[in-house]
Structure formats: structure tokens, C-alpha cells
Design a binder for this molecule. Structure first.
Ligand SMILES: C[S@@+](CC[C@H](N)C(=O)[O-])C[C@H]1O[C@@H](n2cnc3c(N)ncnc32)[C@H](O)[C@@H]1O
Length: 257
């Protein structure tokens, strides 16, 4: 199965909807809104003057937000429409950024630049069959002493939504709509893999990175799953038997040498 072709087609379709959506609210972004959330802003702290590689950057809102905060940014995504939109936004806003259209693993094989920071967030790992290759890409892209930051949806919430926690040998192949409010019943075939947190942690360790912090968060900044309820000032939560479900986790790791 050509999972890259199938998923790329889905993301080309999704990107068109996302750029127009209230969910991504490009108009307010153009007026100066930062698209980053407190979880990643607090974890990365100052990016001023640092080189930052954003893997699976979608159409660049977060990448360009890091640029507005002073980082020298490079974004990578395999969707040509996403990269086109990211470049158009960059130009319209007069920001400096470099966007590359590539599968993330292919990028890791050919890239020779090393960055101070590698960042990736919210809905990225499920598209990748092999986290060992992904972690190698991350490690190779960092300079010695550089930092990796992952902010990802928690796999326990996937479990409660009916997905496997422990990987099946076969990926999940589904006909699915997207998460923005303007989806309007439009669906695409998507191929995804579940990755338990132990697999993520072990992939990073095996790639030679040192994990410096691991956090779990009961609130998601995004209303993109069934069964979420809004809590003012905190975000969206999910309750299971009256208890909060972990919705997001974040990892900071370093390439020590
Ligand atoms: C859920 S989005 C990431 C969300 C992002 N934080 C945002 O909202 O701006 C997932 C992104 O991964 C990209 N993607 C999926 N598989 C990929 C791959 N193998 N290589 C590169 N990009 C990929 C998609 O095109 C999409 O832009």
C-alpha cells in the first residue's frame, strides 16, 4: 500500500479546507495573532536568534509564529498545497522562513543542516509507520547541544475514541473527514499508526537523545475530538468516569553530543 500517496492526497484536500476555516483563523493570524499555545511557548521559552526546524509544519502558521518570535525557521511538510500556502503567507506578511516540500523521513535522509531546535506538534506521529526512522531524522537534524520538542495528542484519548493503544501489525485505513468546522461531510482515505508513549520515548533514546522532561496535560488547546468540553481559560477536557483524561503530552530531549 502506498501510504505516502494516500495520505498526501488526503492532506492536499484537507489543507484547502483548513486555510479557509475558522479553526485556523488565518485572518487574525495575519493581523498578528500567535498560533502557538502556552504548552509549547512555556517549553521552548526564548527562540530569539535560534535556528528552528519545524517538522510536519502544515501550512506554516506555527512556523511563522516562531519566526515572529525571532527564530530563523525552516518548515517541512509533504503537502505541496500546504507549502504553497505557507510561502504565500510568508510573503504576504514579509516574514523570513524557508519551507521544504518533503516526506519527513526522506528529508532526514538528504538534509545536511543542523539546527538549534527541532519542533513538531499536535497530530504528527500517527502518520508515520516507523518511529525509529523519525527519531533518527530528529537526531541528525540537531547540532550537538540542540533541543528537540514534541507536543502531541495523548494516545490514551485515542484509545477512548476506539483506536488501539498497542500497535497492530497493520495500520488503520479509514475514510475520514477532517477536524475543521467547514469539513461538510467531505472525506478522504487515511492510513494511520498508533504509537504508545513508550515507543516514542524509546525511539528518541535509541536515536541517542537524552530526555530532559516529559509532561502530560489534561487540557487540549484544540476542540478536535468527540466528547470534549470547554473549560474557560484552560482549554478542552474529556472526562472518563468523572476523571480527566490526559489529552496532550510533551517531551523535551537534547542531543548531548
Ligand atoms: C495535524 S497536522 C500538524 C498540525 C500542525 N501542528 C498545525 O495544526 O499546524 C499533520 C501534518 O503532517 C503532515 N504530514 C503527514 N505525513 C507526513 C509525512 N510523511 N511527511 C511530511 N509531512 C507529513 C501533513 O501534511 C500535515 O500538515
Amino acid at each position: 500500500m502506498d501510504y505516502l500517496r494516500i495520505n498526501k492526497d488526503a492532506w492536499e484536500k484537507r489543507t484547502k479546507l483548513h486555510v479557509e476555516s475558522t479553526f485556523y483563523d488565518v485572518d487574525s493570524f495575519k493581523k498578528g495573532r500567535c498560533s502557538l499555545n502556552p504548552i509549547e511557548l512555556n517549553q521552548l521559552r526564548s527562540v530569539q536568534g535560534k535556528s528552528l526546524l519545524h517538522l510536519q509544519c502544515h501550512f506554516g502558521l506555527d512556523t511563522l509564529s516562531w519566526a515572529r518570535l525571532g527564530a530563523d525557521v525552516t518548515g517541512v511538510d509533504f503537502s505541496s498545497d500546504a507549502i504553497k500556502q505557507a510561502n504565500a503567507l510568508k510573503q504576504a506578511l514579509g516574514l523570513s522562513a524557508h519551507f521544504i516540500e518533503s516526506d519527513v523521513i526522506q528529508f532526514g535522509k538528504t538534509n545536511t543542516q543542523q539546527f538549534d531546535i527541532v519542533f513538531t506538534s499536535y497530530g504528527v506521529l500517527c502518520w508515520l509507520p516507523n518511529l525509529a526512522d523519525w527519531a533518527t531524522t530528529v537526531a541528525k537534524s540537531l547540532r550537538a547541544g540542540g533541543e528537540f520538542h514534541l507536543v502531541e495528542f495523548h494516545t490514551v484519548s485515542d484509545l477512548l475514541s476506539g483506536y488501539a493503544y498497542f500497535p497492530n501489525s497493520e495500520p488503520s485505513v479509514e475514510e475520514e473527514g477532517t477536524y475543521t468546522e467547514n469539513c461538510d461531510g467531505e472525506t478522504s482515505t487515511v492510513v494511520t499508526w498508533s504509537h504508545p508513549i513508550s515507543e516514542v520515548v524509546n525511539a528518541l533514546i535509541n536515536a541517542g537523545l537524552t530526555i530532559e522532561s516529559f509532561s502530560e496535560h489534561p487540557y487540549s488547546p484544540y476542540n478536535c475530538f468527540d466528547g470534549l468540553e470547554f473549560v474557560p481559560d484552560l482549554g478542552y477536557q474529556m472526562l472518563y468516569n468523572g476523571h480527566q483524561v490526559p489529552l496532550v503530552y510533551s517531551i523535551k530531549a537534547r542531543k548531548v553530543s
